[in-house]
Design a protein around this ligand. Structure first.
Ligand code: FES
Length: 118
């Protein structure tokens, strides 16, 4: 792994610190992020719902689809897109972080301004 490949990656937490049932909120570089673990797969997205800015870590994740507990907006945690937006429309978009596991620790990388919104 070159130094370039490590650019932007930052530790989030030990994998063991994440429940496989409930999401958890963290602060990463001044932004609230929500982490979800299913087995050894971790998804990290913005913890601010695009609808009204409320928390998403306490939402319901089922099959990669995250439902906000407040008013039910839904987002695909791998793309940040909502399945409820008609095809061809941009719609609200959730910031999705890149995730990697290293020695039992979760590391994330901000997707950057050009790749995701919120
Ligand atoms: S704040 Fe998430 S659906 Fe309203």
């Amino acid at each position: 792994v070159t130094e370039f490949d490590d650019a932007g990656w930052a530790p989030l937490c030990p994998l063991a610190a994440l429940s496989t049932v409930e999401g958890r909120s963290f602060v990463h570089e001044g932004r609230a992020v929500a982490a979800f673990r299913r087995g050894d797969v971790v998804h990290v997205v913005s913890d601010r719902c695009p609808h009204n800015g409320r928390t998403l870590h306490d939402g319901h994740l089922d099959g990669g689809l995250l439902t906000c507990r407040w008013h039910g907006w839904r987002f695909d945690v791998t793309t940040g897109r909502s399945p409820d937006v008609p095809p061809g429309e941009e719609g609200p978009r959730l910031r999705v972080y890149e995730v990697r596991l290293r020695d039992g620790r979760v590391e994330i990388r901000d997707p950057g301004p050009g790749r995701s919104a919120t």
